[in-house]
Design a protein around this ligand. Structure first.
Ligand code: PLP
Length: 354
């Protein structure tokens, strides 16, 4: 056994596993609570779920057949306003980023990450054998404008998970223009914000914008993400991607159906934005956010606050696993009016009335 272990790549020792938000089953078992009574506001999911058409599409998908993603790519291209040749897909945006880093990162390369931010960028960089260069965000979580040289990839998240901040267009353009490498802009939460940077891809040869159906479209469980990339990157992507791009026959059917009912998606985004305003008004410590989540700094360690909320059946996220977030950062997904009401009530009990 010991000898086999020597075959493990040394970069793995630098990693901690990705920490996801806690699940309903897990918390129900731990606290002896009925699963139905648990409010899950820890994973930035969309509580309204997908269009009813998605359920029909999944029910009639043929699991014995390999997926045929052509129509899905066309529908995504229509939605994104990009040529289908420039749209690439994957198993969630995570899968898209996986393939992209395979295109660009060699052992010893450097990639820029702006903490606190989505932690998968670090896992991708390190598993490629490359070195993350962490450039911390400023006091208002702004992305620093200086771009170091000798960087192969830059990961920018806007709206940023977990802080909710969005990058101004001018700053984004400045970074893309100064970068010697590829800029990956993660717009997982774009639909909840007032920004859409997809059109910028046309202006640059080194900008890729990642999107997902997990958030606004309510398809987190289907694992379907995409990106709009310059032609030359999209071509290489198709060369390096896993067979069928890692998507499944049901996820392709679900994606097509979801894109045929944009009205449903827009209604759920509207409801979430409305509730985001309500939560902001109720708890002034929350920072403005472009996502379907809100971020605040707590007076006590946020792990303790989160634990006490858990005891009341409300799952939120302390941000301990986000590099650079410290131990006072709390992230709360915006849920339905009832879910948010449960959160506000529990938060009032745990931290005193807002
Ligand atoms: C910023 C960000 N990017 C990407 C993802 C992953 O998205 P997907 O579910 O499409 O893999 C998440 C998931 O929470 C996220 O917060």
């Amino acid at each position: 056994m010991a000898r086999y272990k020597e075959n493990l790549r040394s970069c793995l020792a630098r990693l901690k596993p990705y920490v996801a938000g806690r699940g309903i089953q897990e918390i129900a078992a731990k606290y002896g609570l009925p699963p139905d009574g648990i409010v899950k506001l820890g994973s930035n999911e969309n509580p309204y779920g997908p269009s009813p058409k998605v359920y029909e599409a999944i029910a009639s998908a043929r699991p014995e057949r390999y997926p045929e993603p052509g129509r899905l790519v066309e529908a995504l291209a229509g939605y994104a306003g990009a040529p289908p040749e420039d749209v690439v897909i994957g198993a969630g945006m995570d899968g898209v980023m996986d393939t992209l880093t395979r295109l660009f990162l060699d052992p010893g390369d450097r990639a820029v990450i702006y903490p606190p931010t989505f932690s998968y960028y670090e896992i991708l960089t390190v598993t490629a054998g490359a070195d993350p260069l962490f450039l911390p965000r400023g006091p208002e979580f702004e992305v620093p404008s200086e771009v170091p040289s000798g960087i192969k990839m830059i990961f920018i998240c806007s709206p940023n998970n977990p802080t909710g901040d969005t990058i101004p267009e001018e700053d984004l353009r400045g970074i893309v223009e100064a970068a010697e490498g590829i800029v990956f802009l993660d717009e997982a939460y774009a639909e909840f914000s007032d920004q859409n940077f997809l059109p910028l891809v046309e202006d640059y040869d080194n900008l890729v914008v990642g999107r997902t159906t997990s958030k606004a479209f309510g398809l987190a469980g289907m694992r379907l993400g995409y990106a709009v990339a310059p032609d030359w990157i999209a071509r290489e992507y198709r060369r390096a991607a896993p067979p069928f791009f890692g998507v499944t026959t049901p996820s392709v059917a679900a994606g097509i159906a979801a894109l045929e009912d944009l009205e449903h998606m827009r209604r759920s985004v509207e409801a979430i934005r409305h509730e985001r305003d309500r939560l902001m008004a109720a708890i002034p410590e929350f920072r403005p956010s472009g996502g379907n989540f809100l971020y605040m700094e707590t007076a006590e360690p946020s792990g303790e606050v989160a634990e006490r909320l858990l005891g009341r059946g409300v799952i939120v996220r302390d941000c301990y696993s986000f590099r650079g977030a410290g131990d006072r950062a709390l992230r709360v997904t915006v849920g339905t009016p009832e879910e948010n009401g449960r959160f506000l009530e529990a938060f009032g009990e745990v931290c005193g009335p807002p």
